[in-house]
Structure formats: structure tokens, C-alpha cells
Design a protein around this ligand. Structure first.
Ligand code: NAD
Length: 525
């Protein structure tokens, strides 16, 4: 297969989406090169505010036709897109491998997971977004409904680390909920975005339903200001803050999927072989460039030495680069420098590198690295490393591990191994926890995904992910007119006194309220 991927030609719009019409502002172009060998893979235009605005305007038209379709009609078209991607899986995986640097296996597995989400969103939307009847409470003469409606146009800004899976977590759910999408992929992986959108355009009956705008930060910034109904951002915490600030000007709601510093806890009664396997994969899969990578591993003292020894033995078996590699290239040279800085800082502060290390970095390839004697003041513990590095920390007890796991500003994923792991899992302050496993939650389409603290807010995936791209509507319909209507000025003169009596009866400390409270307690069990 050629290493040169043709740049997306506007004229190739047989079925492909017309990229926003080039204007004077879009004369610049963005060259995409492979992090593996520097080969030029293709070029895309740099879209400015005018092109981004035009794309959002076209999406607005598309959103009306798309929202008018039934869930079943939308599902049929989303399944057509799913099939188109699956039918091109090898080609797309090669492109992901070349443009992002990950191994072909990792690229294929990423596409597999992305399609499981697309499939789930398409089939689940009707149930998850069905109107719900709720009780009218005291206003029992009302029929009350909560319903979910498309927002309109969703802007999706994506990162480079999972260029198919990550944006799909927003795009699939936004489309299934009845919205149109304008997608800005990372400037490091634009061609993958172009390919996904080409396949979508050939699958959807509504033109411009999913469009792409390409460029770096300024193109993303333009999308924040282009009048979208919601902006779904996935990227670093620092950029997330800038995106939020820009969106605040127009009160554009945001979904923030940001960085992580995920902890893993190993109790002394854990299945050690399983925990070792989990730590090695959780920290090093995708060359450690996952927002949910295990970045800190807290191990109970009695099993610590054995755990470290087993991890190092496993890590030394891993191959970096080449056809049979476990770990691919780092996507971004800037990220390589962050990893180097974290390792050098740790060593300066007394950490010990057991395998790999800053000295073993060659170009965009980093040998998987295991670090011990790590302390909380090191960058390796405080900041997101986003590389193939596993710091292992000895802890006196699981309590100590929990305290330290919760000791950063981040709260995205986490993992815990041990016989009582499930009971302890809820004490980790994070959006997701895998119990006796790692990363599993991201592949389970029915589970919501998202963080707390510096890891962001809002949820993609699952029913929560579908509702995230809707506006919630409350409807109260009077079914029976009562003699006394509290929603009217036409009330008896002594109404305040009567109402005060009702307040005391229902909510005070008298027998009726007490009986009601007792009944409530019994019902709750
Ligand atoms: P990044 O923040 O550098 O860039 C993300 C996107 O934002 C890119 O498309 C970029 O062009 C765009 N951007 C940059 N400046 C902008 C601005 N001012 N306004 C609007 N858009 C702007 O992140 P990255 O380096 O591409 O990705 C790595 C980060 O993403 C890591 O921190 C990782 O943890 C995080 N991530 C989070 C999740 C999650 O679901 N929580 C998933 C994947 C990656």
C-alpha cells in the first residue's frame, strides 16, 4: 500500500461531503506526516472562521431534515455508515497506523471498539431517549412527561491519540440523538477524520450531516464561536479551559473529556499474575497515550517486591516499533519531550528506573519504562505523562492506596485488584473503575464515560451519552381541573392561612406528616 494518501480533493465529492468551500482565507494547508518515518501522507486545507461558519450553517439545514426522521430511519443510515467503515477496516487501520503511529493491531482494535459504539448508539437511541412519565406528586391531576430532543448542531473537537474511537464516542451518540455534527480532528491526524467523513457522506441521505473542518487550534477556536448548540471537546485539560472560556461568551454548552492520571490499586490478596498483566497492558497499550492509561500503580507492601519483579520481566519482553511490535511510535514529538522531562525530573528527585528510561528514547520511539521510588512531588505523579511509563509505588495498606489514588486533580478512569475490590471501587473518586481488570469500561458501550475534576465533565457512551446531546424537556399537562387551582389568582381570600395549614399537615411534625415519612422509609426499605 502506498504511504502517500491523496489529500481530500473538493472535487471528489461524488458522495463525499464537500469540504467547506475554499476561500482566500483557506489557502493555507496542513501537511500530515507519519510519526513512524516522517513520510508525507497528505495535505488538508486549514479552515478559517468563514469556512467553519459556513459548515455550521450547512449543518443547521441538515439537522432539520435529520431530526425529522424517525429513530428507525436514523438507525438504518447509521448502520450503513458502520458497514462502510467495517468494509474498509484494513485500509482505515493502515491509515491510522501510518498517521498516528500505533500498531496495526491497535488500530484495528480501535476501529472495532468505535464500531461497537456506533452500533450501540444507533440501536439504543430510541429506548434511551423515549419520553418518560413521572409522577405529578401533589399535583396528581397533571400528566407529567420528561422528553429528550435533538439540540441541533454539535461541534466535535478531537485529539490524536484515538483518532477513530474518541471522536466516535461523541459523533455516533450525537447523530443517533438526531443532531448534525461538524467535526474538527486533531491537526496530527486529519486524514483519518477525512476518511471517516467520506464514508459517512456515502452512507447518509442528508447532505452535510457530518462535516469535517481541518486545521489546528485556531480552527477549533473558530468552531467554538460558530454558533453550535453544543461543543464536545476531547483533549488536554489546558486546551479544555480555553475552549470553555471561548464557549462561555455565547453560553454554548460544553462537554469536556480531558486528561487523566489514572491510578491502579493492587491489594495484598489480589491475583498477582492478573494484576501484573493488567498493569503492563493498562500502562503501555497505545504506547501509554490513552487518557485512561494506568499512570500510577499503588501496590500493597506484602506483594510489592514480587509484583515489581514480575512487571519488569513482562515489560522486557515487549517489542517497540517494527512489524511485530507491541508498542508503536509516539504520535507527537512534543509528547516525547514531555515524557523525557517527566523521567528526568523523577530521576533528579531520586526515582529509580528499572527498565527503559529517558536514555532509551530514539526519535518517536520510547522503550516501555518502569519506575520505582516515586514520590508525590514528582511530575510523574502530579501531571499527565501520556507515554509508556509505569510508576509503581509501595503502600502500607489499601487505605493508604485509596488516599493517594484520590490525591491528584484528575479523576477519569482507575483500576483495582483484590478480593474485596468491588467494595472499595466506589471510594475512588473517578468517572470509571475497572475491577480486577483494566480499561474495560471504555469498550462497554452501555457504560457512561467521563471524568471529574481536571478530567472534565459530562458523559459520552451509553444512555447518558445519548442524553448528553439532547435538550431535556419537562411537560406538565392538566388532565383534570380541580376546584382550587394554585396556578391561578382566582383563589379564596383566606388562601394563605389554608395553605399554611396544608404545609404543616404535609411537611411539619404532626401525625399526618410523620405517617407519610414512616411510609416513605418503609418503602425505601
Ligand atoms: P489538545 O488539547 O492539544 O488538542 C485537542 C484538540 O483541540 C485538537 O483538535 C486541537 O487542534 C484543538 N485545539 C487546540 N487549541 C484549541 C483552541 N484554542 N480552541 C479549540 N480547539 C483547540 O490535546 P491532544 O494533545 O490532541 O490530545 C491529548 C489529550 O487528550 C490528553 O490530555 C488526553 O488525556 C486527552 N484525551 C482525553 C480523552 C477523554 O475522553 N477524557 C480521550 C482522549 C484523549
Amino acid at each position: 500500500m502506498s504511504t502517500i494518501v491523496a489529500p481530500p480533493a473538493p472535487a471528489a465529492a461524488s458522495a463525499a461531503p464537500p469540504p467547506p468551500a475554499p476561500t482566500k482565507a483557506a489557502v493555507e494547508s496542513l501537511r500530515s506526516t507519519s510519526p513512524i518515518d516522517g513520510a508525507l501522507l497528505g495535505e488538508v486545507p486549514v479552515h478559517g472562521a468563514a469556512e467553519v461558519g459556513a459548515a455550521v450553517a450547512r449543518a443547521r439545514t441538515a439537522s432539520a431534515s435529520w431530526a425529522a426522521k424517525s429513530f428507525a430511519e436514523r438507525a438504518t443510515e447509521l448502520v450503513r455508515w458502520r458497514r462502510a467503515i467495517a468494509d474498509h477496516v484494513e485500509e482505515l487501520a493502515q491509515l491510522v497506523h501510518r498517521e498516528n503511529g500505533k500498531t496495526v493491531l491497535e488500530a484495528t482494535s480501535e476501529i472495532f471498539m468505535a464500531l461497537s459504539h456506533l452500533d450501540h448508539a444507533a440501536s439504543r437511541a430510541e429506548k434511551a431517549l423515549a419520553p418518560e412519565r413521572v409522577s405529578g406528586g401533589l399535583l396528581a391531576n397533571f400528566r407529567c412527561t420528561v422528553s429528550y430532543h435533538p439540540l441541533g448542531v454539535i461541534g466535535v473537537i478531537g485529539p490524536w491519540n484515538y483518532p477513530v474511537f474518541t471522536p466516535m464516542g461523541s459523533i455516533a451518540y450525537a447523530l443517533a440523538a438526531g443532531n448534525a455534527v461538524v467535526f474538527k480532528p486533531s491537526e496530527l491526524t486529519p486524514l483519518i477524520g477525512v476518511k471517516l467523513v467520506e464514508l459517512a457522506a456515502a452512507s447518509f441521505s442528508v447532505p452535510d450531516l457530518l462535516q469535517i473542518v481541518t486545521g489546528a487550534g485556531p480552527t477549533g477556536a473558530a468552531l467554538c464561536k460558530a454558533g453550535v448548540d453544543k461543543l464536545a471537546f476531547t483533549g488536554s485539560t489546558a486546551t479544555g479551559k480555553r475552549v470553555m472560556a471561548a464557549c462561555a461568551e455565547t453560553l454554548t454548552p460544553v462537554l469536556m473529556e480531558l486528561g487523566g492520571k489514572d491510578p491502579m490499586i493492587v491489594a495484598d490478596d489480589a491475583d498477582l499474575a492478573k494484576a501484573v498483566d493488567g498493569a503492563v497492558f493498562g500502562a503501555l497499550a497505545n504506547t501509554g497515550q490513552a487518557c485512561i492509561s494506568i499512570e500510577r500503580c499503588y501496590v500493597a507492601e506484602p506483594v510489592y517486591d514480587r509484583f515489581v519483579e514480575m512487571v519488569v520481566a513482562e515489560v522486557r519482553k515487549l517489542r517497540v516499533g517494527g512489524d511485530d511490535a507491541h508498542l508503536g511510535a509516539m504520535t507527537s514529538p512534543a509528547q516525547v519531550e514531555i515524557v523525557r522531562a517527566h523521567l528526568e525530573d523523577a530521576q533528579r528527585r531520586g526515582a529509580k528506573i528499572l527498565t527503559g528510561g529517558a536514555d532509551a528514547i530514539v526519535g518517536n520511539f520510547i522503550q516501555p519504562t518502569v519506575v520505582v521510588d516515586v514520590t508525590d512531588d514528582m511530575l510523574l505523579i502530579k501531571d499527565e505523562t501520556f507515554g509508556p511509563v509505569l510508576p509503581i509505588i509501595k503502600v502500607a495498606s489499601v487505605e493508604d492506596a485509596l488516599r493517594r489514588a484520590n490525591g491528584t486533580r484528575f479523576g477519569l478512569g482507575s483500576a483495582i485488584f483484590g478480593r474485596h475490590a468491588r467494595e472499595l471501587a466506589d471510594r475512588i473518586v473517578a468517572g470509571m473503575t475497572s475491577v480486577n481488570s483494566v480499561l474495560a469500561f471504555s469498550a462497554i458501550a452501555s457504560l457512561p464515560f467521563g471524568g471529574v475534576g481536571d478530567s472534565g465533565f459530562g458523559r459520552i457512551h451509553g444512555d447518558h451519552g445519548l442524553r448528553e446531546f439532547t435538550r431535556t424537556k419537562a411537560t406538565a399537562e392538566e388532565r383534570l381541573a380541580l376546584p382550587m387551582n394554585l396556578m391561578s389568582f382566582k383563589l379564596p381570600g383566606n388562601m394563605a392561612t389554608r395553605l399554611a395549614g396544608t404545609v404543616k399537615t404535609l411537611y411539619g411534625s404532626g401525625p399526618v406528616a410523620r405517617a407519610k415519612d414512616l411510609f416513605g422509609r418503609l418503602r425505601r426499605g
